[in-house]
Ligand binder design. Structure first.
Ligand SMILES: [Zn+2]
Ligand SMILES: [Zn+2]
Length: 256
């Protein structure tokens, strides 16, 4: 059995940059065929807790996460910790202590995304660490369980660098869409080997590496999306079909 989870999503309730409500996020996840998702709003947990309540009612596994901005390493995805974090960037060491104390795990989000001015790659530049040659990871980053190697907002090159990096240093690699709006939910997903029923089980599976990244390399982002797309193409007629196709093209262009 495989259990498909989008590990990086945002809700309007807690992320100013997101357009989808927790309710829309849960609906979209169900319609694209995900088994679960983790809500990882910026520094705040309330959107995740709301989505978790909705998921329980509607039969979707929702896990609570947070995307915490750190001074040194940029955005860090935290799972298994149910709390808010400061709005200003915090020290990574402090974050690591908190997460360890509360039994969570940390992954560097979009570690090689070039548009952001603070991330794993900028830290490596700052300390002069050439990750393609170096053998030993800088001490600061060692508390990370892994990194995102497939992020819906990154270019293929950025994701590829992350995958090579993770392989080189034996870090775990996860996938998440980083969806701020409904159209991207489920673009990237992590495929677990078994069903996960709680935040504790998610944390354990992430630690043990009982998952792989689900790679769907086509103009469709998943088999489910392909199914939804084909159904729409089949069902719609006339102007509705024209509008749908135009929308679809725009979405695909925005992605590339
Ligand atoms: Zn981010
Ligand atoms: Zn994000």
């Amino acid at each position: 059995m495989s259990f498909l989870v989008d590990l990086h999503t945002h809700t309007r309730e807690a992320s100013a940059c997101a357009s989808q409500s927790a309710d829309e996020l849960v609906s979209r996840a169900l319609s694209v065929g995900l088994n679960g998702l983790a809500v990882t709003d910026h520094n705040r947990i309330d959107g995740a807790l709301k989505a978790q309540r909705l998921g329980r009612r509607r039969g979707l596994a929702v896990f609570a996460g947070v995307e915490v901005q750190t001074e040194e390493l940029g955005d860090i995805l935290v799972y298994g910790v149910r709390r808010d974090f400061p709005d200003a960037p915090m020290s990574f060491r402090r974050l690591a202590r908190t997460v360890e104390r509360e039994g969570g795990v940390m992954f560097a989000a979009h570690p090689f995304r070039q548009q952001v001015h603070s991330g794993l790659w900028t830290y490596f530049e700052d300390v002069g660490f050439d990750w393609r040659r170096g053998m030993v990871l800088p001490e600061l980053v060692r508390p990370l369980t892994g990194v995102e190697i497939y992020n819906g907002g990154c270019t293929p090159e950025e994701n590829e660098a992350a995958a090579i990096f993770a392989g080189r240093f034996r870090l775990r690699g996860i996938a998440g869409s980083d969806a701020h709006g409904q159209w991207r939910v489920g673009w990237c997903a992590t495929e677990f080997e078994y069903e996960l029923r709680s935040d504790e089980e998610l944390v354990e599976a992430l630690r043990l590496g009982r998952f792989r990244v689900s790679r769907m390399q086509s103009e469709f982002d998943s088999d489910q999306e392909r199914a939804v797309h084909l159904k729409a193409m089949h069902r719609l007629r006339g102007q509705e079909l024209a509008d749908y196709v135009e929308n679809w093209m725009r979405r695909k262009q925005r992605r590339s």
